[in-house]
Design a protein around this ligand. Structure first.
Ligand SMILES: [Fe+2]
Length: 236
């Protein structure tokens, strides 16, 4: 920053341009708000009603729209007066994570369920990695279901932990509470009430078992392959 300017006179643009200059970054690219795209999903499963699926897709589209709106608002948000008690910048950042996680967790969920020909082979990377890190494939299943039951209106996730260098399960509350750092998600289950209540009332376990019988292991296998690449890249 220029020494000639008093701190209080710095605008957001001054600060932004100085950071970009210091880091040698392209000014134009950083000026653009990021945008997430709505994806289309084919959900042939009969274990969820058409009304449930339609409602769920609409909710997902709402999260993407919110995320993009927040991204645009953050472009011009007041960073000078950001504080932890009450500031529009803080509100936007909290909502940014909430809606971003909601958008991408739903994409991961919709694409890893509803495979009517669901099948996993014992020589797949998915099977071998889960057996290696949980003791057995059945042990992974038991732990994953426990995470589904333990989540407070949120998600259960099997993820590659880039720090521990192994796969782990975790429950996430809502969309953004108790999310572990360094997590690369490979299997994602929505256990918000909106995902099952219309069809299963409070019987979340029957919903979870149904979804797990139709996990799309082809999609999941590609995620395990990518996680292997992430692991190799981080080790370098
Ligand atoms: Fe959902």
């Amino acid at each position: 920053m220029s020494d000639k300017k008093d701190k209080a006179t710095f605008t957001n643009r001054d600060l932004s341009e100085n950071i970009k200059k210091t880091l040698g970054l392209d000014r134009e690219k950083l000026d653009e708000a990021y945008v997430a795209q709505v994806k289309q999903f084919n959900l042939p499963t009969e274990l969820l009603s058409p009304a449930n699926k339609r409602n769920h897709i609409e909710l997902y589209e709402g999260y993407v729209a919110s995320f993009n709106r927040i991204s645009a608002e953050l472009d011009t948000a007041d960073r000078q007066n950001a504080n932890s008690n009450n500031s529009p910048y803080r509100d936007l950042k909290i909502d940014e994570t909430y809606n971003m996680n909601a958008a991408y967790l739903h994409q991961l969920y919709f694409s890893n369920i509803s495979d009517l020909h669901s099948e996993i082979s014992m020589d797949s990377l998915s099977y071998m990695r889960l057996a290696r890190d949980f003791g057995s494939f059945d042990d992974w299943q038991r732990d994953f279901v426990a995470c589904c039951m333990a989540s407070r209106c949120g998600w259960a996730i099997t993820y590659f932990n880039t720090y521990m260098q192994r796969y782990m399960n975790c429950p996430v509350d809502l969309h953004s509470l108790n999310v572990p750092i360094g997590a690369y998600p490979v299997i994602v289950m929505d256990v918000w009430q909106h995902a099952y209540y219309r069809d299963y009332l409070k019987d979340i376990k029957t919903y979870v078992y149904g979804m797990m019988k139709q996990l799309n292991w082809k999609v999941i296998e590609r995620r395990f392959e990518k996680a292997d690449s992430v692991q190799k890249a981080i080790k370098v």
